[in-house]
Design a protein around this ligand. Structure first.
Ligand code: SF4
Length: 379
């Protein structure tokens, strides 16, 4: 029998690819399933674990798929809830993220996660709880999970059926995954929970293109099924059909998140996202700069007159920067790149695309936008 510490270590390690909380970068894993990440400039501590690593699934990218000879672990709902509440009382974590392998019926695994969340809520904990909704979960279990949690996620993993078949033989997008996702979104809306449902894709294992990923993301946003898509880079497992494959480059996630932000916050449509002939984003430049270079007729933009939507098309100006420019213009002219800098805008990037009361500052050293895993709204 493995000790409690060994089991919780196994359960925490297995959750390392799950993404949450709008974190700008991958979370740092500490001992015992505790993860630190940074979201909106604030450090967030979560107990992020699987309830069980027993699984009858055969997803090729997964370290705990059924055919792998790995140490398995599980905690009962009471054990998991007690561990979380102890960590919470000690001030080690602020919230709980719970997922699970699926051994047998999905509802059985779901029941154990739900039972954990119920114990946690009964204890009086009103803080953050995120429950993963497993493929094939019934509507009744989805409803209980949404009711208990602040956030639920249903991972599509792949943007198309064909890509999913390459990743996870036996899983189907329609019904098994999109069914629970639609139920979760509907129930979350009925309960008035905003930003409650998210999803995640594994990127780089199934030959999926960025066009397919962004197309699926757009469809999910348009249908109001998710508030957010996460892109998780494929890392090849040590054995199995995907062993020896090339890991997904981190820069691909950077470009996908940048394009995702253009779709969600910058007013770009999917057709405007610049994709190469192979359906991939340019890895060397951020997608807004690529779009701007391809649309010289749209520039320069007069910084003292442009509408917010036009400012958002300028490389280096994000939603927060555009808002600051619009506010500042009410009381003073924006006369130079230096004025932009004092508004927190990346003026070296933006200035070549702007005029300042008709003047251009071509001598500004235009620097490429630096990649960050999550472009900040305030840039
Ligand atoms: S169902 Fe989930 S836990 Fe099981 S092999 Fe697939 S990804 Fe891994």
């Amino acid at each position: 029998m493995r000790s409690f510490e060994q089991r919780i270590e196994t359960l925490g390690l297995a959750a390392r690819h799950e993404q949450d909380c709008g974190a700008e970068r991958g979370a740092e894993r500490l001992a015992g399933g505790v993860y630190h990440s940074v979201a909106a400039g604030r450090r967030v501590s979560l107990l992020k674990v699987l309830q069980s690593t027993h699984c009858s699934g055969q997803c090729h990218y997964c370290a705990i798929r059924a055919s792998r000879d790995v140490a398995r672990a599980a905690l009962s709902p009471d054990e998991m809830a007690r561990h979380f509440l102890d960590l919470r009382r000690a001030g080690v974590v602020e919230g709980l993220f719970l997922s699970s392998g699926i051994h047998g019926r999905p509802d059985r695994a779901m029941e154990r996660m739900i039972a954990t969340a119920e114990v946690v809520r009964r204890s009086g904990f009103r803080g953050y709880v995120h429950l993963k909704i497993l493929p094939g979960t019934s509507d009744a279990a989805v409803e209980r999970a949404v009711t208990l949690a602040d956030r639920v996620s249903v991972n599509l993993e792949a943007p198309t059926d064909a890509a999913l078949a390459r990743l996870s033989p036996g899983k189907q997008l329609e019904g098994q995954i999109l069914g629970p996702l639609r139920s979760a979104a509907r129930i979350a809306r009925q309960q008035g929970k905003r930003a409650a449902v998210t999803t995640q894709f594994v990127v780089g294992a199934a030959g999926e293109t960025d066009a397919e990923l962004l197309g699926r993301a757009t469809a999910l946003y348009d249908e109001r099924l998710v508030s957010r898509c996460y892109f998780s880079p494929f890392a090849p497992p040590a054995d199995g059909p995907f062993a020896g494959m090339t890991p997904a480059p981190r820069l691909r996630m950077v470009r996908l998140y940048q394009a995702d932000w253009l779709l969600r916050y910058y007013g770009f449509s999917l057709r405007e996202i610049p994709l190469g002939p192979a359906g991939l984003l340019d890895q060397y430049s951020d997608p807004k700069t690529v779009w701007a270079r391809g649309h010289p007729a749209e520039f320069p933009v007069e910084v003292n007159r442009a509408a917010r939507a036009e400012l958002l098309r300028v490389p280096g100006i994000g939603p927060a920067g555009a808002d600051r420019i619009v506010r500042a213009r009410r009381s003073a002219r924006v006369r130079s790149p230096g004025d932009l800098g004092s508004l927190g805008v990346r003026w070296r990037v933006a200035a070549p695309y702007l005029t300042f009361d008709g003047r251009r500052f071509r001598s500004s050293v235009a620097q490429p936008e630096l990649p960050g895993i999550e472009p900040r709204a305030g840039s």
